[in-house]
Design a protein around this ligand. Structure first.
Ligand SMILES: C[S@@+](CC[C@H](N)C(=O)[O-])C[C@H]1O[C@@H](n2cnc3c(N)ncnc32)[C@H](O)[C@@H]1O
Length: 204
């Protein structure tokens, strides 16, 4: 499933990712959160550190969490900063104290998890009062090949569902907006996917 897929592609993930979406996704996510240096953030499903690297360069201490050992190995090769820690764990059971972090980011992870509302609840749990959760992911789409070729579990999401899941997790000021960028991919049989990306944010 998804775990095996990411163990296999870890070494080439940065190249694959650059083909899927641009840095604008990260910029939009950071703008929604209003990043302050000297704070602590958790990057859930960090992969090789697309979000983590950006946060570290903004002066934020980051804990990167991913279930894939290979992804975390690649991440550690790239980031040697003392402003960074990481662990191998699942989104559904984050090894992080409740109410302890200023920000939680999760980019392109929700469509891989078994139970998206539970994952959102778990991410909201670790936010301190006033802390902000920012999730960037795919709008609902019809491209089946992403399941077969990239181990996607969900074919994107309806924004009203994501908004409701944030509210059910006890978050306020919930907003689900356009990133203004698409995720692009071409199947083995040359089918072309172009899927809009949303940015969802809410505070505790
Ligand atoms: C599409 S990649 C995105 C990686 C990174 N966020 C980025 O933007 O490049 C999805 C990541 O989520 C991780 N992942 C998927 N399901 C997970 C789960 N249930 N718990 C923890 N990590 C998970 C995968 O191992 C992979 O690194």
């Amino acid at each position: 499933m998804s775990k095996e897929y990411f163990e296999t592609v870890a070494q080439e993930w940065d190249t694959l990712r650059e083909g899927f979406f641009s840095q604008a996704v990260r910029e939009k996510a950071f703008a929604k959160a209003g990043i302050c240096p000297g704070t602590v953030a958790v990057d859930v499903g960090s992969g090789t550190g697309f979000i983590t690297e950006g946060l570290v360069s903004e002066g934020v201490y980051v804990i990167a969490v991913d279930e894939s050992e290979s992804m975390i190995r690649e991440l550690k090769k790239k980031i040697q900063s003392s402003e960074f820690g990481c662990c191998i764990a699942e989104v559904e059971a984050l090894p992080i104290t409740s109410g302890s972090t200023f920000y939680v980011f999760s980019n392109m992870v929700l469509h891989h998890v078994e139970n998206p509302p539970s994952a959102i609840k778990e991410m909201a749990r670790i936010l301190r009062p006033g802390g902000i959760l920012v999730i960037t992911d795919l709008d609902e789409h019809q491209f089946e090949f992403l399941r077969e070729e990239h181990s996607d579990r969900w074919m994107g999401f309806k924004r009203e569902h994501v908004k409701a899941w944030f509210e059910q997790a006890g978050l306020t000021n919930v907003d689900v907006d356009c990133v203004g960028e698409d995720c692009c991919s071409t199947s083995r049989s040359h089918e072309q996917a172009q899927i809009s990306i949303f940015v969802a944010s809410g505070s505790r």
